[in-house]
Design a protein around this ligand. Structure first.
Ligand SMILES: C[C@](O)(CO)[C@H](O)COP(=O)(O)OP(=O)(O)OC[C@H]1O[C@@H](n2ccc(N)nc2=O)[C@H](O)[C@@H]1O
Ligand SMILES: Nc1ncnc2c1ncn2[C@@H]1O[C@H](COP(=O)(O)OP(=O)(O)OP(=O)(O)O)[C@@H](O)[C@H]1O
Length: 269
């Protein structure tokens, strides 16, 4: 069976405090976007994992998809062996959660294919062992995320009909390094309150990673400026970067960008 793991964007991201376990408590809204890759899982005589498309750094044994399979195999010894293929299309080190989506979709598909009977809550618990962003992709609808990102709460936020323009300037930013460069601070205004009034987003909806990352990589700040110049009513960096997105009422006009930049433009469903 083939499924299509999608990316996410963060709408506001407050890094509140550093914890004793090395992670940070955050507050963010995660919103699914229709930038997708393809993941196929079929029963097979032996386990295999292959991938094509954008190249993935690191060993296949460390791929979150393989880890997701192994995590379930530990608790379900009778889990059949499978052949898995990923066609990677979501930029890596971009703050778009592609690897996390792959892991969560693998858990959900194995649960479905082999009737493991896992509930949404149980799948989210497995996902949280694979990464802080992973649980979000089990339900994969707009949600508030707290704790290290795994504590989820529903959020009524509908951006359908808006145009999304997502630009990745090709700079790989590691999540761990991005958190290492941030000075946590308690946020002033409640994120839910800000999100409830879109006319305040441009002045108040802030991603705490932007300041430091824009300082070290001014070209990422330039992308955000270009999105506003092109008519975005809101633009921001996603997660720990380096992807930047803009939201538009109408289809945005072409922007003057370096040729190697990855651009994804689509009307939100
Ligand atoms: C920036 C975001 O994408 C916002 O949604 C996420 O917080 C990142 O989540 P993620 O990629 O799933 O991150 P993980 O794989 O869990 O953690 C990678 C590393 O990032 C740091 N990390 C991650 C999440 C968090 N709340 N605090 C952290 O300090 C830790 O050093 C951790 O070792
Ligand atoms: N299926 C996968 N797709 C992409 N990267 C993966 C995958 N499995 C493991 N990884 C590892 O995760 C690293 C990318 O994670 P990183 O946090 O830097 O970027 P990201 O694209 O913002 O993803 P996320 O938001 O999911 O953390 C890669 O260097 C790669 O080694």
């Amino acid at each position: 069976m083939i499924i299509f793991p999608n990316a996410k964007i963060n709408l506001g991201l407050h890094v509140l405090r550093k914890r004793n376990d090395g992670f940070h408590d955050i507050e963010t809204c995660m919103y699914p976007i229709p930038l997708k890759e393809a993941l196929e899982i079929i029963p097979s005589k032996s386990f295999s994992f292959s991938h094509s498309g954008i190249s993935i750094p690191g060993d296949s044994d460390n791929n979150l998809i393989v880890k997701a399979y192994q995590l379930l195999a530990e608790d379900f010894p009778e889990l059949p062996t499978v052949a898995i293929h990923l066609h990677k299309s979501i930029p890596i080190g971009a703050g778009l959660g592609g690897g996390s989506a792959d892991a969560a979709f693998t858990l959900s598909l194995l649960n479905q294919l082999f009737s493991l009977g896992l509930t949404t809550k149980q799948l989210e618990n497995y996902a949280s062992q694979l990464g802080s962003d992973c649980p979000f992709f089990i339900q994969n609808n707009p949600q508030m995320a707290e704790g290290r990102g795994e504590k989820l709460a529903p959020l009524h936020l509908d951006l359908s009909g808006n145009w999304l323009c997502m630009i990745h300037p090709g700079i790989h930013i590691g999540t761990k390094e991005a958190y290492g460069g941030i000075q946590p601070k308690l946020s002033g205004k409640n994120l839910r309150t800000i999100l409830s009034d879109q006319s305040t987003w441009k002045s108040q909806l802030i991603n705490d990673f932007e300041k430091g990352i824009f300082n070290s990589h001014p070209e990422i700040a330039t992308v955000k400026e270009k999105l506003y110049e092109a008519g975005a009513w809101y633009a921001a960096m996603s997660g720990s970067g380096s992807a930047v997105f803009g939201l538009f009422k109408d289809c945005p006009t072409a922007m003057d960008l370096p040729e190697n930049y990855f651009v994804f433009t689509e009307k939100l469903p």
